[in-house]
Design a protein around this ligand. Sequence first.
Ligand SMILES: C[S@@+](CC[C@H](N)C(=O)[O-])C[C@H]1O[C@@H](n2cnc3c(N)ncnc32)[C@H](O)[C@@H]1O
Length: 475
Amino acid sequence: MTPPPRRRSAQRPAERARRADPARQAAFDTLRAVATEDAYANLVLPGLLRERRITGRDAGFATELAYGTLRMQGLYDAVLAECCTRPLDELDDGLLDALRLGAHQLLGMRVPPHAAVSETVALVRHQVGHGPGGLANAVLRRVGERDVDAWVAQLAPDAATDPQGHLALAHSHPLWVVRAFREALAGRGVPAERLDDELADLLAADNAAPEVTLVARPGLTEPEELLAAGGTAGRWSPYAVRWPAGDPGQLAAVREGRAGVQDEGSQLVALALADAPLDGRDERWLDLCAGPGGKAALLGALGARRGASLTAVELAPHRADLVRHAVAALGDAVDVRAADGRALGEQEPAAYDRVLVDVPCSGLGALRRRAEARWRRTPADLATLAPLQRALLASALDAVRPGGVVAYVTCSPHVAETRLVVDDVLRTRPDVELLDAVPLVDAPDTSTLEGSGTVQLWPHRHGTDAMFLALLRRR
Ligand SMILES: C[S@@+](CC[C@H](N)C(=O)[O-])C[C@H]1O[C@@H](n2cnc3c(N)ncnc32)[C@H](O)[C@@H]1O
């Protein structure tokens, strides 16, 4: 992708400093694309690394620098504001991004302070100008006077009187997200005296780089093939293999669609739907929100082994293409359609035996994967998503036959997207009952709430995304 245009102050060429090193430059360009093009860092950076042939340790450095800086931006901005004589919103945008990168090298990575400062100053001089280079030098020297714990102690609200405000700054999450997570943990039965500790663990897990997990699609390959290539066994899913390092796209099984990259939480919810007890016919499965197709590929593979076909519906045509790609190795066992899932229940009432409705959601359960997401999402998103989630679930329930099972899934633990949606449907549809999903998910502590029947996975407990699952049966 093309890096965003660079703003440069007028100066003679002789004053231009040496180029920044390629890894820092790639991280900087990623931050600029996120800010100016609404881009996703996890899509931009790998492209830049490939294009510029940045590999190995340098690629690892650029990745940690870009993603870590984006995650920790809330904390770093507070530190930078303290160290800068001018308000941050008056700074050149590129300068501010470079300062954030410098702060992460000083406070979040083991970069020697002199290198963190001098390389960032070189980046600023090259990208922004000579004068701002001086400012960057002064600000970063002040940032480096304390370590991250000392900065948190100085700048965060008092943990005793404002525990959530403290955690929000210390773990660099927006306060509304911290509050939503706390409510979600409390709603899952975490006792009051443990809430803030568990909340801190959850926020910390969001700031750690997630490991790559593969799925060996049943019938197409075995986990052994991936283990022999260097993976280690997954924790919960029998099809999961943890991939330690390197590009899994280089594996033949992944290239050929016999395996894929998939979080273990996503595998577990698809497996729970496939394993849910069912009387009678079990031949027609449906995935109502299929793009980009990870769960469709696993369900399609599981179904094919049992003689069931899968229909995969996705609204966005380009995402329907991604689903086609993901399920290509399954041949005609999966029928992919670009269509509005909200209409399907009316178009094909009571036609399916098992239905997955993995609704569009805030993604608050996958913040560790999308470094910038926490700063983009707002509480207003939940209001937009709520009617869509309810309409898709209603359509899924209409599309399933009496006796059939619907899995309502979100990649968010927010009560508005999980419990409230399920409570509403159980209140308004007497033809729907909640099944106990907990025994169908082979992982511990998915519900500390006795008898809730729904499953909540957590990054800090399970190492998965915070997936939510409710299994509903049409009576
Ligand atoms: C959470 S994602 C699904 C992830 C997918 N199950 C997987 O495992 O790869 C939700 C998907 O629903 C799609 N979507 C949104 N509105 C839809 C609608 N009305 N009908 C069908 N799909 C929709 C989005 O484009 C998005 O691809």
